[in-house]
Ligand binder design. Structure first.
Ligand code: SF4
Length: 190
């Protein structure tokens, strides 16, 4: 049983330090910008659910009142890639659908993160056939994999919390780094 009272997302590594001279008193505070940005992003992740089959049903349970993803600031789902920063891929992805998934990823604004929920999205699952993509990381970069067929809502929440850790600690400059650009280039994405 999960209780709705626990403010999971209130944990933060933001520390307020002494303000510089001339900028002290009411209305002033000093802290590291990247940590504040990380905290804000971490607690306001907007998912785009790309659900094609059974794992999507588990995600619906994750959004329901018992598990309540709203506790993590992630209750605002959207199917508009430009408004979302977390692509959640849940279900079997056929090779015909792979270009559509890739297009959705490309349309998302930076910074963006990706979770592969369940065996099918992560590796093709039991569908080792000519028509099924053997893991979405063949066409887009993935940040977190959630195992299971299907994963229970607790596992999906665990995946969201892993993403929150990445989001909170990511440098604000990572997206313009050479490493990140090379990662995108390796997928043929500019
Ligand atoms: S991993 Fe299992 S539950 Fe999830 S979409 Fe594939 S077959 Fe369905």
């Amino acid at each position: 049983m999960i209780h709705n009272k626990r403010p999971v997302t209130h944990n933060t590594n933001v520390k307020i330090v002494d303000a510089p001279e001339g900028h002290q008193g009411e209305g002033f505070m000093a802290m590291q910008l990247s940590k504040v940005v990380g905290m804000a992003r971490k607690n306001s992740i907007w998912p785009l659910p790309f659900a094609t089959s059974c794992c999507g049903i588990e995600f619906m349970a994750t959004m329901g009142s018992t598990y309540d993803l709203a506790r993590f600031g992630s209750e605002r789902l959207a199917f508009t890639p430009r408004q979302c920063d977390l692509l959640m891929v849940m279900g079997t992805i056929s090779k015909k659908m792979a270009p559509v998934l890739r297009q959705v990823y490309i349309q998302m604004a930076e910074p963006r993160w990706v979770i592969a929920v369940g065996a099918c999205a992560s590796s093709g699952g039991i569908f080792d056939t000519y028509s099924v993509l053997q893991g979405i990381d063949e066409v887009i970069p993935v940040d977190v994999y959630v195992p299971g067929c299907p994963p229970r809502p607790e596992a999906i929440i665990d995946g969201i919390m892993r993403i929150q850790e990445l989001v909170e600690t990511e440098s604000v400059r990572r997206r313009s780094s050479d490493e990140y650009q090379q990662l995108l280039t390796s997928y043929g994405i500019k």
